[in-house]
Design a protein around this ligand. Structure first.
Ligand code: ADP
Ligand code: ZN
Length: 729
């Protein structure tokens, strides 16, 4: 007789516990732990993840309907990790699973794959063809390695016949790749450089810990360009040699093709199998990578936030690059921090963790200073290259034309004359942050959000950066009917325009999430920068991340004050790290770099520390403020947001929440309620209650009470829990 089983299932709905289902004998052989199932729930069916099963049967238990995928999607050892995450964030286990192991990857038959794209790369054939255009394209590909037909037709219009001819002549190889938009950038550095003494020391400490086989954490604090990546790569190779799997987390993988390319190149030489977890991969590629990790054939996986859930049976080494980066925290829905969960996972697996950064988060540096985690400093740039010279431009005194001071304008001109490249940071998209009526002073606002609409001149429209509401600019002010309405302030689109006018001979380009909408456009831009086809690149914080362009010798920051005075406890830290990171893009090659920062507050300690490349000076100041206010790392926070379409209901809900929590608060401070800085988003009014505790345990207890409160809220009022919030807007 075939046996029956009872399975414990995490159903992908907001339920905070596992549900039991009967596994009928007909499914007993396929429904193994780790599988994706379909189960009945009320009157419908839902996806569920089978956590465990045991022989037995129970009357009245509902039966599993279907096994969606027979191959387990995660190893058994991970279920404890998932449960810990659910507890930590007070988030339903089924929704944790839906984020960790996306159903879309496995359920439902594949939609037809996007048609393949042709890629061209140079062959080993030396020499040059005769045609001038042929030579031009071949030379470009020899410099850049590989490109898609689409990219090439952008760069060399009408080139498709020439490409065909070059393939016939044997100069190029063509290859069809299905659905892959993600391309690794080649890299012309010498392979495997000799390590500097500091790199040696860091690597040795990491390897000793790996040998020890117990959970240990290091902060690799290396200035920009100090060769942290080299240390990561060696550590991964060594872990592999000891038979241990490695996970590399990067803040935004789409923004780091150079970094991924370096890993890829190195590991293919040393025979490691690497999986890149990237949303640009086709569904099948992703699925294969996932299953390879599950089956143990992948040695190292690299990816952004969600890669922390990569289904390794047991991890030996975890690297978190740019550990300070806020994009490790998911800011919507399930608000988890991949950085923190990587630490938790490593602890459960007995792995070694390397947190890398030029500007460590305050908690990380504090722990290192207290000796609770290992401290591995890289104080010098590789090859003893100097850090760039950083200078402040006092906007209260400098002559400013548009958004550029005379001095910054002059520096751009000089850099241009030397045929070197410049980066200009302006952390604001669009043409202008709002349209202003000159008669009554009204700024045009979003109807759904308490925020001004950003003006885009090229498209002549207004757009909300929160809800994507789009409107045509009105002819008259909706308030006073005045007709003199003007764009106020400037964003990257306006700056790009200004620069094109100021420097007609320069090739100016813009990199922000508006201009990078199309898939592949980011990498195209990075290739053009690397190929020196751009003189001045304007952009948002996107340009501050990870790039290694050797010919960039000038970095300008148009308005450094923008983020400094936001009412947020991390405003100074964020500003310091943004400015340090973007400064670090200058002078990475043989040529020295310089950085000009425009500010109205030249005496502020954040700017002083950036100028001095002095992380510790910044830290000493900032940590005192944190301690006085009881903010992390001296306390633990949770932000509770009550949201509703009715202002009264949202306000009353938050007030009731605060009262209810205060009754049980014990040692926990309950602050508020107060209107959120973004007091209305997507038609919902928002109020917040902030919890501040000196012990994590007491914070967790109070969050339990908040969950009870949440269950009793009417359907049209929502309570959102954010544990360890990174911003509180
Ligand atoms: P970081 O990640 O710390 O900003 P990178 O790892 O990008 O720095 O290194 C900066 C540059 O220095 C890279 O081009 C890298 O190849 C090079 N580099 C790193 N370590 C060494 C070394 N030991 N010798 C020579 N060059 C090195
Ligand atoms: Zn809006």
């Amino acid at each position: 007789m075939r046996e029956s089983f009872i399975g414990q299932v995490a159903v992908a709905v907001p339920l905070d516990k596992l549900l039991s289902y009967a596994i009928p004998p007909s499914l007993a052989s396929t429904a193994q732990a780790g599988c994706l199932l379909k189960v009945p729930l009320g009157r419908r069916t839902a996806y569920g993840y089978l956590f465990s099963r045991a022989a037995g049967s129970l009357k009245g238990l509902k039966e599993v309907v279907e096994v969606v995928d027979e191959t387990p999607l995660f190893p058994l050892g991970m279920t404890a990790f998932f449960e810990r995450i659910a507890q930590y964030y007070h988030h339903p286990i089924g929704e944790v699973m839906a984020t960790a192991v996306p159903v879309g990857l496995f359920g439902n038959p594949a939609k037809s794959e996007a048609a393949g794209e042709q890629f061209y790369s140079p062959t080993a054939l030396a020499g040059m063809p005769r045609g001038g255009r042929q030579q031009e394209i071949l030379q470009w590909l020899r410099d850049h390695g590989c490109a898609s037909r689409k990219e090439l037709s952008g760069l060399f219009p009408g080139s498709s016949q020439i490409l065909k001819r070059l393939v016939e002549l044997g100069f190029l190889a063509a290859e069809e790749r299905a659905g892959r938009e993600f391309r690794l950038l080649p890299n012309q550095e010498p392979l495997r450089p000799e390590l500097s003494p500091e790199q040696e020391d860091a690597l040795r400490a990491i390897l000793d810990a790996l040998d020890g086989g117990a959970f240990s954490t290091f902060l690799l604090h290396g200035v920009t360009g100090s060769g942290k990546t080299e240390v990561y790569m060696r550590a991964v190779e060594e872990a592999h040699r000891c038979g241990r799997k490695a996970l590399v987390l990067v803040p935004e993988i789409a923004l780091t093709p150079q970094l991924v390319g370096r890993f890829q190149e190195r590991f293919s030489l040393s025979g490691l199998s690497m999986a890149v977890l990237h949303s640009g991969l086709s569904r099948d590629e992703r699925k294969n990578a996932w299953k390879g990790i599950c089956a143990g054939t992948v040695d190292v996986a690299i990816g952004a936030r969600s890669a922390v859930f990569a289904p390794f049976e047991r991890l030996g080494l975890v690297i978190v690059d740019e550990e300070h980066d806020a994009s490790y925290k998911q800011s919507e829905g399930f608000r988890y921090s991949a950085r923190d969960m990587a630490l938790l996972r490593a602890q459960m697996d007995g792995a070694t963790v390397v947190l890398g950064s030029a500007t460590p988060s305050l908690p990380a540096f504090q722990r290192a200073r207290e000796g609770r985690i290992g401290y591995l400093p890289l104080r010098e740039r590789a090859l003893s290259r100097p850090l760039p010279e950083v200078k402040l431009i006092d906007l209260t005194r400098a002559g400013v034309k548009g958004s550029l001071s005379k001095e910054l304008g002059l520096a751009l001109r000089e850099t241009l004359a030397r045929k070197e490249q410049s980066l200009l940071l302006l952390n604001r998209r669009g043409f202008a942050p709002f349209l202003l009526c000159l008669a009554c002073g009204t700024a045009l606002r979003c109807p759904n959000c308490e925020i001004t609409l950003t003006y885009y001149q090229k498209k002549n429209l207004l757009r909300c950066h929160y809800c994507d509401h789009v409107a045509e600019p009105p002819r008259a002010c909706p308030h006073c009917s005045g007709v003199d309405i003007r764009p106020y302030g400037s964003g990257t689109e306006r700056l790009e325009d200004d620069l094109t006018r100021l420097f007609p001979e320069a090739r100016v380009a813009r990199m922000d999430s508006d201009s990078m909408g199309r898939k592949g456009s980011y990498q195209e831009m990075v290739s053009r920068m690397a190929g020196k086809d751009i003189d001045i690149l304007v952009g948002t914080q996107m340009i501050s991340k990870g790039h290694d362009f050797e010919n960039v010798t000038l970095v300008g920051v148009v308005n450094a004050d923008a983020a400094l005075f936001l009412p947020d406890y991390r405003a100074a830290e964020r500003t310091f790290s943004l400015l340090t990171q973007v400064s670090g893009r200058a002078g990475r090659g043989a040529l020295p770099g310089r950085v000009l920062i425009q500010t109205h507050n030249p005496d502020h300690y954040v700017f002083r520390s950036v100028v001095g490349h002095d992380y510790e000076a910044f830290f000493e100041q900032e940590i005192r403020f944190r301690q006085e206010a009881g903010y992390p790392p001296f306390g633990f926070l949770a932000n509770l947001v009550v949201a509703a379409e009715s202002l009264e209901k949202a306000e009353a809900g938050a007030a009731a929440l605060a009262v209810s929590l205060r009754r049980r608060s014990g040692q926990v401070e309950v602050l508020g309620p107060a209107a959120c800085l973004l007091s209305r988003i997507r038609k919902k009014y928002r109020f917040q209650v902030l919890l501040k505790a000196s012990q994590r345990q007491s914070l967790h207890r109070l969050l339990e009470a908040a969950l009870v409160f949440q269950k009793n809220l009417p359907g049209n009022v929502k309570l959102i829990l954010d544990v360890d919030p990174l911003d509180m807007f």
